[in-house]
Design a protein. Structure first.
Length: 301
């Protein structure tokens, strides 16, 4: 009898589906953190496969900064309707108006860091005990320290030195009142894995990932999209470039790269040839060497 051996992507898919089913088994009110980026879209696709033909048994949660790409919000609403799931939206603008956070001022102002308070408030309000994210260990050095099941204390904080072992993929979701977990089903995927899987599965993604002409401002070696939220420095000029985005976040901090990649096959070839990490053009990660880890310890995604 011939034995079938899983290929690399099938092994990653199987692992992620196992993690998602463990979440369903161990938690009462889990959500999928959804940003409209490729990784959260991938997690949504895997969840659909994990529980098919039933509907995805998780609600979706989007922390809305108000500084979004219009294309991202349109894609989010379309996918949520297609999946037939409930969407919870936590608003950073509401947090600002309620005095929970103070909006940054100045040329490099961003609402990205303000998401933490909104996220933790939303988790508490809806009594969420598990938030499933699309974080991957290859993205950034602090994310390389993350377990599949990431425990957060009653303040939403993460302690990288006090994580639970996950030997033989045995996950411990036990928690005290007020605590919760973040779970990362695609931890072991790389950017190349994501793109190859998206191409193989024919997963729809926002047009922002493909090459297009856009008005941008060159700053710190990257091309920031021109928008009503971007404050211009003296001498900065708005130019039109053919770019695409490798990772999506707030429109104020997401840098584009010059590219002619207009198909998934061309994106895969481009990623294979690049020597810059996909978050290398994210302005929020350049604030300090430990920017991401500091935000994660405070309760960030």
């Amino acid at each position: 009898m011939q034995q079938y051996t899983l290929n690399h992507l099938e092994e990653l898919e199987s692992e992620a589906i196992y993690v998602l089913r463990e979440v369903f088994a161990q938690f009462e009110r889990p959500v999928i953190l959804f940003s409209g980026g490729k990784d959260s879209i991938l997690v949504s696709h895997l969840a659909r496969k994990a529980f098919y033909p039933a509907k995805i048994p998780f609600q979706f949660l989007h922390i809305d900064t108000g500084h979004n790409f219009p294309e991202t919000i349109a894609f989010r609403d379309k996918l949520i309707k297609e999946l037939g799931v409930n969407l919870i939206v936590g608003s950073v603008q509401d947090s600002i108006q309620e005095g929970r956070v103070l909006e940054e001022k100045g040329l490099n102002a961003s609402r990205n860091i303000l998401q933490t308070t909104t996220l933790l408030d939303t988790i508490e309000k809806f009594e969420i005990d598990c938030a499933i994210g699309g974080g991957r260990r290859d993205e950034e050095k602090s994310r390389a320290k993350e377990r599949f099941f990431s425990h957060r204390d009653e303040f939403g904080q993460w302690d990288p030195k006090n994580q639970r072992p996950e030997l033989w993929n045995i996950f411990n979701g036990r928690k005290q009142m007020g605590e919760h977990f973040r779970v990362f089903p695609i931890s072991n995927w790389t950017e190349m894995d994501v793109w190859q899987y998206i191409m193989e599965e024919k997963i729809e993604i926002p047009s922002l990932y493909f090459s297009h002409h856009r008005e941008v401002v060159e700053r710190h070696g990257t091309f920031l999209p021109h928008s009503e939220f971007l404050n211009l420095k003296d001498g900065e000029k708005i130019v039109k470039k053919q770019i695409r985005f490798r990772t999506l976040g707030d429109i104020t901090i997401t840098g584009g790269v010059e590219s002619s990649a207009a198909t998934l096959e061309e994106i895969v070839a481009e990623v294979a040839a690049t020597r810059v990490t996909e978050r290398g053009d994210r302005a929020d990660d350049k604030r300090s060497e430990t920017a991401m880890e500091d935000r994660k310890k405070e309760g960030y995604f």
